[in-house]
Design a protein around this ligand. Structure first.
Ligand code: PHE
Length: 342
């Protein structure tokens, strides 16, 4: 009898430990603890025992019965609280946070420029990154074997045309879209062209083979150098604040005449001189000039009737200045720790 009681106890506890829902519990109750269950049945046999054995086994039977009932109740409670926890959904609890992507610093600066220039009536245009030698150089007044091609170390595509020439390249500048825009829209024209450019640079903290520029183009009647100056002043003030000053220094670009570099008072030190402007007080920001008559002609526009101005920003450089980024290679590194800061 005692052995049987112990066996039953062990079996019950084993099955109880595997119970995961109320149905299991009900089955267990029926099988072991109910009036017709195994425990009752065993205890029914007590009456046939000798007085001494009856006393001993009876005592054990009662402790076992109590233990099993207590354990059963305990399990019932914990199962029910589990069930009620999962079944009652608190709709006011905050949801799981979904981590969201966000804009790259280059895109942020690009968006800012697009806003400024659309408010001045400019179209925002796009152009191909895989470009023809003609649009990237020849139409921009840089004929084959012109030394100005050396200013930009170019990635050519390893594929000859029917004349045996390599004429496809990764564009080195956004300027080819000047020609594309003129051919497509004619004059007058106001266009801004942000885009990715490529040069065969030895990379370091300030140079990368892949970077962004923004090209600007304004064509109309009687556009003069005075217009270029006042326009660049306005752009500087919109970008860096109303006290920003412009200085223009001559610079050769084959597709403009005259050409210049536009420098703005350093927005960090207000022109006093700091590490970022190399203690000059000025930041070299924009290449610009009046569009060369040959370039207008290549775009199908008569330089006797129309004139225009063009300028080009290093968008990547602008983002570096604005966000104080000291290594250009970070932009293309895909480093989440870097990107998450913007
Ligand atoms: N495309 C020139 C460069 O990459 C910049 C530029 C654009 C200069 C338009 C003048 C006019 O350096």
């Amino acid at each position: 009898m005692k052995n049987k009681l112990n066996e039953l106890r062990a079996e019950f506890l084993e099955e109880l430990s595997r119970a995961t829902n109320n149905d299991h519990l009900r089955d267990l109750e029926l099988k072991f603890l109910s009036r017709k269950g195994q425990l009752s049945e065993l205890m029914g046999g007590l009456k046939d025992l000798s007085a001494e054995l009856k006393k001993e086994s009876g005592e054990l039977a009662n402790t076992v019965k109590k233990e099993l009932q207590d354990k059963f109740e305990e399990m019932k409670k914990s199962l029910n609280s589990y069930v009620s926890k999962t079944e009652n959904i608190d709709v006011t609890l905050p949801g799981n946070k979904i981590s969201q992507g966000h804009l790259n610093p280059i895109t942020l600066v690009q968006n800012e420029l697009e806003d400024i220039f659309s408010s001045l009536g400019f179209m925002i245009l796009d152009g191909p990154e895989l470009e023809s030698d003609y649009f990237n150089f020849t139409a921009l007044n840089v004929p084959p074997s012109h030394p100005a091609r050396d200013m930009q170390d170019t990635f050519y595509v390893d594929q000859k045309n029917k004349d045996g020439q390599y004429d496809l390249l990764m564009r080195t500048q956004t300027s080819p879209v000047q020609i594309r825009a003129m051919l497509k829209y004619g004059a007058p024209l106001k266009a801004l062209v942000p885009g990715r450019c490529f040069r065969n640079e030895a990379t370091d903290a300030r140079h990368d083979h892949t970077f962004y520029q923004v090209e600007g183009l304004l064509i109309g009647k009687d556009i003069s150098f005075a217009n270029l100056k006042s326009f660049l002043e306005l752009v500087g003030q919109k970008l860096f604040g109303p006290n920003t000053k412009l200085r223009m220094r001559p610079k050769f670009f084959p597709f403009v005449e005259p050409g210049n570099n536009g420098e703005y008072t350093c927005f960090l030190c207000q022109g006093k001189g700091c590490r970022v402007c190399k203690y000059t007080g000025w930041l070299e920001i924009v290449g610009a000039g009046l569009i060369h008559p040959d370039v207008l002609r290549a775009g199908g526009i008569d330089p006797e009737v129309y004139s225009g101005l063009a300028f080009g920003f290093g968008l990547t450089r602008l983002a570096m200045l604005k966000y104080n980024i000291n290594d250009v290679r970070l932009f293309n590194s895909g480093d989440i720790k870097f990107l998450e800061q913007f």
